[in-house]
Write a protein that binds this ligand. Structure first.
Ligand code: SIN
Ligand code: MN
Length: 227
């Protein structure tokens, strides 16, 4: 059955641009469901998921942060635009997961970086919940003081993720479907590329991923900040 072996349905790992790598199926269903449970714990924690306001407009995602709280366009330990509480600590397991993600993505070969994955020390995670109508406009992740890679994990409904270039929010860009369990890493020459979420594909969350509807996305980053 070589014609119809696993590689027949597998979506291959792909480097979209130097330093930007999509790894489909990085997390198995059990890992996805475990993280979805953690998300529910974080959401019930000191700072509830909140829609950040960007230039007077509420974003359509709800965000809960770990380690450092992000608000447009700064990080702080306390969620001063929500309820003033300090956010939960960045968990050790997520540092390990981030390092593993870089290895899976082929880091550092995928970029000009000469650092090893074991030195990757993310200290913040922005955890976004997208309902079926939520989107995210094209933007750069540029509020961090380091250019360490961003590690992105997705759980639940698939989305159409638009990944562009560091120079303009318009073309050239590429649309890629990020499904439950997928990893996307962007660093090196792609670290400041514009990107966004065009749409959620309702009803595509796989049974057993821990989320019936909507999408969770986690982006880990290294802020470079110290207290
Ligand atoms: C983000 O750009 O911060 C989130 C991207 C995503 O939801 O895939
Ligand atoms: Mn982003």
């Amino acid at each position: 059955m070589t014609l119809f072996d696993d590689s027949f349905t597998e979506r291959p790992r792909r480097e979209l641009a130097p330093g930007a790598v999509h790894v489909p199926g990085f997390l198995n269903l059990e890992q996805q469901a475990w993280i979805a449970d953690r998300f529910r714990q974080w959401a019930a924690g000191p700072v509830p998921p909140h829609a950040p306001t960007v230039r007077g407009h509420e974003m359509s995602v709800r965000t809960v942060c770990l380690g450092w709280h992000w608000r447009p366009y700064a990080y702080s330990r306390e969620a001063i635009d929500v309820n003033g509480n300090r956010v939960l600590d960045f968990p050790d397991w997520m540092v390990r997961l981030g390092r593993r993600a870089l290895v899976e993505a082929g880091w550092p070969d995928a970029s000009d970086s000469d650092e090893s994955a074991e030195e990757y020390s993310p200290d913040t995670a922005l955890v976004n919940y997208y309902d079926e109508t939520a989107k995210m406009g094209m933007h750069q992740d540029k509020d961090e003081r380091t250019l360490e890679p961003v590690v992105s994990l997705s759980i639940g409904d698939s989305c159409v993720f638009r990944f562009g270039n560091p120079f303009t929010r318009t073309k050239p860009y590429e649309d890629v479907t990020l499904a439950s369990g997928d990893l996307f890493v962007f660093g090196g020459p792609s670290r400041l590329a514009f990107h966004g979420v065009q749409k959620i594909l309702p009803g595509t969350a796989p049974t057993g991923c821990g989320l019936d509807r909507g999408r969770i996305n986690i982006t880990m980053r290294d802020t470079g900040l110290t207290d």
